[in-house]
Design a protein around this ligand. Structure first.
Ligand code: IMP
Ligand code: MG
Length: 182
């Protein structure tokens, strides 16, 4: 644990996935998506705020000939570290997704309620295809079954921060994914 990688605020944290390993996995996901979507001009829908770093890194690793587009939606379900189980849509898309190949990008799938809600909303708009990509999944916490077509990492049931993920809006900028211990 170096002072540069983890805030020295008295909270006990441990690095779970290092920056270098995240980068390697993001490259692998981008390579797979580049093959699968060749010629399809996909639209990536990033779920704010947690996906902003992951999506930013992912699109830079894609085959440039994909001519991928990016748009964002905002959904929030958490108050601190507790799921309200009633995700609220904040910002909607600016893009018409009818007949588009859409890949929804999440930071983390936990209970699955946020992803499930979003997928229903987006599916009703008749995209040509609708797939999902998440950096992290906590399957032990799942309450709603949601498909994850492109998954970075499966992790145990522990609160994590960093690489876009927050605790009450803090620590999104940490370069690694860290466990927050209480
Ligand atoms: P779900 O609806 O329970 O699947 O929650 C998904 C959303 O909750 C994610 O997009 C995150 O924003 C947030 N979330 C869930 N678990 C964590 C965590 O361990 N750290 C930070 N955010 C989390
Ligand atoms: Mg969040």
């Amino acid at each position: 644990m170096s002072a540069e990688r983890i805030p020295q605020d008295g909270i006990n944290r441990e690095i779970l996935i290092m920056e270098e390993d995240i980068a390697k996995r993001v490259q692998e996901l981008a390579d797979q998506i580049s093959v699968d979507y060749k010629g399809a001009y996909p639209l990536f829908v990033g779920i704010l705020k947690g996906s902003f770093i992951f999506l930013g890194d992912l699109v830079r690793k894609l085959d440039p000939d994909l001519q991928a587009e990016v748009d964002f939606m905002a959904v929030s379900s958490y108050d601190g570290t507790r799921s309200s189980r009633q995700p609220k849509i904040g910002k909607d898309l600016n893009t018409d997704i009818k007949d588009r190949h859409v890949i929804v990008v999440e930071d983390i799938v936990d209970t699955g309620y946020s992803f499930d809600t979003l997928l229903r909303i987006l599916a009703a708009r008749n995209p040509a295809s609708l797939k999902t990509c998440a950096l992290v999944s906590k399957p032990a916490r799942r309450e709603v079954d949601v498909p994850i077509d492109y998954l970075g990492f499966t992790i145990p049931d522990n609160w994590v921060e960093g690489y876009g993920m927050d605790t009450d809006e803090k620590n999104r900028g940490l370069p690694d994914i860290v466990f927050r211990k209480t």
